[in-house]
Design a protein. Structure first.
Lengths: 228, 228
DNA sequence: TTACAATATATTATCCAAAATATAAGGCAA
DNA sequence: TTGCCTTATATTTTGGATAATATATTGTAA
């Protein structure tokens, strides 16, 4: 408590935790490219943490399927493919539709408020993007995440939420790799989803969500940037 | 990617990998008790690996929710509760029914053979257990795992299979904690499930699986060994 | 020229020790 | 006595160094 370490204690977080988030974000954002070998010495220089700490971080990411650990040959960023995208999209949809149905059935007023407020913030970013301000893409990804999570946040199932979170992030990674916003149709779908959720129309909401995810899937594949 | 279950030990694998499986198995088997603090020095002595390697292992287990990392206060075994069991049972059921439907729709002859053969092995163990040979409980857990995985092994969705694997293992942990075999009813359900799967009756199979999991859930809770 | 083997290099897996931090215990003042 | 501050201990977190392993390279024989 005498002299707090300059890097750590100011935020009460360990340097390992910070590096973990940075590396994870760099994979999702595509700065660390699919299939790329993750050499420990290089990472050590880039993120400023020691080798054992890096191994700890990469092991956690491997459990989330963001990196693969190849036996005794080190780590590399998980590669992407059309099949991989379809796979993860299906998983996301399965978890999200289930959680959405539960949320609509049991959500309270606070939950509705979360949905409304997160959609409001999402819409602001979407409007900017539609107007051509491409700098907001990362902000949009963040708000998209917040909104979808808000809609299922009343499902009262921590395990389901946790599984959905990592599935969603892996799905998002594909969007970040092609870095192409779908525009007004996606924004309209979000608004409709918000209304259906508030109206407690579970079946219509699920139907919309399904086509929403599938449209996103096709949009990403349509850019031709994802290998077969 | 193979989904090995938790007892298998291979020879030219890293010491870290072996220790990982041992610790994971000890948590599932209840040797490391829910809520127990995992002191690094103690683990170091028990499993014969150094501290940084242990941190790597515990981090991976934390990603699977078998242990929790409490800020800067080390690790402890994830505690159990009735709500936790219901939660994880629901997740298992959601993933398994979905994968089962897909498998039944697209499975080939080899898949049917896997189902039949794994059920045969399961039945042998179940018969011994029903006859009172309690020493076979761990073997039963292993075969139960193999059988259920065989039924969904044709779903062609790696992400779904991976998610199901960890959910299933967490569900299994509760069974191991109460260490009480449900007996003939469970064995009968397995046999029926095998027949329905081979007959490609998806809806009936899913209905049976659902009641199978729910019966297991109630059986575990009925022992009174799981805190509220 | 090609295939194989042996060496050399690069990279990883592991361990030990030091620094930082939290927890417990003890002493002092109110 | 009780509460709080200080000191001491236990535990965790991190960095650096060493041993083990895989990959690349080179040379030699068929």
């Amino acid at each position: 408590m005498k002299h707090k370490s300059f890097f750590i204690a100011s935020e009460n977080e360990t340097v390992g935790e910070v590096a973990f988030r940075n590396i994870r974000a760099d994979i999702i954002r595509g700065k660390l490219k699919p299939g790329q070998k993750l050499k420990l010495e290089k990472l050590k220089a880039d993120y400023g943490v020691a080798v054992p700490t890096l191994r700890e971080i990469l092991s956690r990411l491997a459990a989330e399927e963001f990196v693969v650990a190849e036996g005794q040959r080190g780590f590399e960023v998980t590669s992407v493919s059309e099949a991989g995208l379809r796979d993860i999209a299906a998983l996301r949809l399965l978890l999200e539709t289930h959680a959405l149905r539960q949320s609509i059935a049991t959500g309270d007023l606070q939950w509705e408020a979360r949905v409304v407020s997160s959609h409001y913030m999402l819409k602001v970013v979407e409007t900017k993007l539609i107007d051509g301000d491409i700098s907001q893409v990362e902000q949009w990804v963040q708000q998209d995440w917040e909104f979808h999570h808000a809609t299922i946040s009343a499902c009262a199932s921590p395990a389901m939420m946790a599984a959905h979170s990592t599935a969603f992030d892996r799905f998002l990674r594909y969007h970040m790799l092609v870095l192409d916003f779908r525009g007004k149709p996606a924004a309209d779908e979000h608004a409709q989803l918000r209304d259906l959720v508030i109206a407690r129309d579970a079946e219509a909401a699920i139907k919309l969500l399904t086509s929403h995810v599938e449209s996103g899937l096709n949009h990403v594949l349509g850019t031709g940037k994802i290998p077969a």
